[in-house]
Design a protein around this ligand. Structure first.
Ligand code: DAH
Length: 354
């Protein structure tokens, strides 16, 4: 056995392996060279016959060749496999075990304001109100002038309004971001004849920002106009709402107040959910959430005859009541939240508690 002869066998084996195109061909070459009766195996068997001084050299060489052939076969096998993977169809490649239990994606929920708006809507829909939406960018007439607040009237100061520079309507005045949903009252009267049962829920804007006020917030405005509507209807409707939203044990009251667009006007209060209307906690301490057992929900009143007239409705035939309350405020009162900014911060640690 000559060294050259052995090298030739190796070179031939390696070039045949590198030319192989299928795994089956490789298996056959493996048998041919390394199998029990394979070429290299036979040569290894010859070693005892070699002269003792040359045996080690031959043995080492043959083992190196054996290893080189094995390695080349394995490399070629991976090459063939990955080439066949690339030519496989998409469905074959994307196969997966459908019986493995899936991973549950984390479930979110509606934003608390959206949720509250839907809750309010549902409560009023049950007694015949229809939810509407009117423009957030308004003409002065709708939130002010038409609501009995003439230009330069000091009552306007209450609504810290954003005015839109350069926007002016020849008849309805300058452009504003509506500071309250009461602007929807005249809009509703323009498009609907009585009986009216409107629920206008929309964004409002005021130049204000602290723990209980945000520059953008939501209000829900109710308007009822029909023949013979009186304060009892106002009290009954809003009492029904307070009991539905806060719980049947709540009591309500109306207090005299002043608004330009209602006469008479009221503030509407509900008994405190923390102290149960007692004004004191069980340990005798003063309740920090309310004023002597009452929490203020917001303004309400009987629609002013001037407003009805401005809306094209005869105040001698029809009367009505209205209210306009804050959506965020309502939610905060129910859950005892003391900073409105939490509702707009997008902080999941807060939002996920509900
Ligand atoms: N629009 C008033 C505000 O934002 C609230 C209000 C008071 C609305 C009395 C009404 C009402 O409809 O009758 O402060």
């Amino acid at each position: 056995m000559e060294i050259d002869q052995i090298q030739n066998i190796k070179n031939q084996a390696i070039s045949r392996i590198l030319e192989a195109k299928a795994e089956k061909e490789l298996e056959e070459l493996q048998v041919e060279y390394l199998g029990r009766k394979g070429g290299i195996t036979n040569l290894l068997k010859e070693i005892p016959k070699i002269k003792p001084e040359k045996r080690a050299e031959f043995g080492k060489l043959l083992n190196e060749i054996k290893q080189a052939i094995e390695e080349t076969i394995n490399n070629q096998k991976s090459k063939i496999q990955s080439a066949s993977w690339r030519t496989k169809s998409k469905t074959e490649k994307e196969w997966f075990d459908v019986t493995i239990p899936g991973e549950k994606p984390p479930l979110g929920h509606l934003h608390l304001i959206t949720y509250t708006i839907r809750e309010i809507t549902k409560i009023f829909e049950k007694i015949g109100f229809t939810r509407v939406r009117y423009p957030e960018v308004e003409w002065d007439w709708y939130p002010f002038e038409g609501l009995n607040m003439p230009k330069n009237h000091p009552a306007r100061d209450e609504w810290e309004t954003f005015f839109i520079e350069g926007l002016k309507h020849p008849k309805y005045g300058i452009g504003v971001l509506t500071p309250h949903t009461s602007s929807g009252q005249l809009r509703e009267m323009e498009v609907c004849k009585p009986p009216i049962r409107m629920l206008n829920i929309a964004k409002c804007y005021r130049r204000q920002s602290d723990a209980s006020h945000a520059p953008m917030f939501y209000q829900f405005e109710g308007l009822v106009i029909d023949k013979g509507i009186n304060i009892c209807h106002l009290k009954g409707t809003l009492d029904y709402f307070a009991k539905q939203y806060f719980g049947p044990e709540r009591k309500t009251r109306i207090r005299p107040f002043h608004f330009q667009f209602t006469e008479p006007s009221f503030e509407f209060d509900v008994t405190c959910i923390v102290c149960g209307g007692k004004g004191k906690l069980a340990n005798g301490e003063k309740c920090k959430v309310c004023k002597e057992g009452w929490m203020e929900l917001g303004g309400s009143g009987m629609v002013h005859p001037v407003v009805l007239k401005n809306g094209g409705i005869d105040p001698k035939k029809y009367t009505g009541f209205a209210w306009g309350w804050g959506v965020e405020r309502l939610f905060m009162m129910k859950y005892g939240i003391d900073d409105i900014r939490l509702l707009f911060s997008g902080d999941l640690r807060f939002l996920e508690q509900f």
